[in-house]
Ligand binder design. Structure first.
Ligand code: NDP
Length: 310
């Protein structure tokens, strides 16, 4: 079997290699830098690969991305047109996303932001608990992660809606489709959750025009990519009081600049791109199974459409 070239660019390289070796020793997955006969490599497994990776393996047919979002690969000018890109589908991340969004949605639903402010002022003031069906959650993106989040959040009794490119039918979820219905979706949403892929169509979607269509006092939770958000627009809407708060996990530049205004903003909670992480054993199992399927000419799911970018 020709070698399959692994690139993670991080210390986790050996963890991935160990996991692939444990589950699929026959697939001959090797660190990309250790492969001598580079012309024989047809398949790769990557996370944020450098241009040098694609230059080193000119006969690549496909690469498996070690995450759900492929924006870092598609923005790499060295990726040849003919190389297929295959993404992780869930890979253990849906449950983590459910935990992440639930935690912060409950934070706002139960007024924990208000109680934090009151504590700083030694101020004792309980607030009336609203009925959960008055808390209108809107999920941008109803794919692998967004659809499972919608299903999970139904358990809290929130009023859930979702927005996607194509029409979806999810029990207990009001669904909106395409640009025409985005305004109606935003106008009914007081907790906006972003789980879109970063593509030319979604870059900058969390901008002044869209965020100002949310009702007064809405909150925004971005668990997708920093490129979805226009930072100055968010800060303007928080400072004007139109938005109540925001939770941000991903940023245009990571790590986030220590001088960035987000760090000290009183109405922003931020986390260091940790909302959901690929689980080694689950993702290795998924990728190894798909690679075996490709090698025996079986169909697979998770292929990226280069035209839409996801
Ligand atoms: P999917 O590709 O499965 O789902 C994407 C969803 O977005 C689909 O419902 C799709 O609609 C919708 N969508 C895409 N483009 C548009 C558009 N222009 N207008 C309306 N809807 C659109 O992705 P996943 O759910 O697996 O992941 C989503 C993103 O989450 C990833 O791309 C990644 O960036 C991010 N992520 C972040 C992590 C973190 O730790 N912060 C971890 C994991 C993922 P349709 O279904 O109709 O095609």
């Amino acid at each position: 079997m020709n070698p399959c070239a692994l690139f993670t660019g991080s210390e986790s390289n050996h963890l991935w290699l160990t996991e692939f070796e444990r589950q699929f020793p026959q697939l001959n997955i090797q660190d990309w830098q250790n492969i001598v006969d580079t012309q024989t490599v047809e398949y790769g497994i990557v996370w944020q690969p450098s241009p040098a990776y694609f230059q080193r393996f000119p006969n690549l047919k496909a690469v498996f991305n070690l995450g759900a979002g492929v924006d870092a690969i598609l923005s790499n000018p060295a990726v040849p047109e003919q190389v297929q890109i295959i993404r992780i589908e869930d890979g253990g991340m849906a449950q983590q996303m459910n935990e992440y969004f639930s935690y912060f949605l409950l934070h706002y639903y139960r007024d924990m932001d208000l109680y934090q402010q009151q504590q700083k002022q030694n101020h004792w003031q309980p607030h009336t608990v609203k009925s959960p069906n008055q808390f209108r959650v809107g999920i941008l993106g109803l794919g692998q992660l967004g659809s499972q989040l919608a299903e999970h959040l139904r358990g809290y009794g929130f009023d859930i809606a979702g927005w996607s490119q194509s029409k979806k039918h999810l029990e207990g979820v009001t669904t909106y489709t395409g640009d025409d219905q985005l305004k109606n979706f935003l106008q009914r949403t007081n907790a906006l959750c972003c789980l879109l892929p970063l593509t030319p169509a979604t870059r900058g979607i969390l901008n002044h025009q869209h965020l100002s269509q949310l009702p007064q006092g809405a909150v925004v939770i971005n668990g997708a990519r920093g490129g979805h958000l226009v930072a100055t627009d968010l800060i303007d809407l928080l400072d004007s009081g139109h938005l109540r708060g925001a939770v941000l996990d991903a940023f245009e530049q990571e790590p986030l600049d220590p001088q960035h205004a987000f760090w000290q903003h009183p109405n922003i909670l931020l986390t260091p791109h940790c909302a959901a992480q690929s689980e080694h054993h689950v993702c290795a199992q998924q990728i190894g199974s798909k690679l075996k399927a490709i090698l025996s000419n079986q169909p697979i799911t998770g292929l990226i459409n280069r035209n839409t970018g996801y």
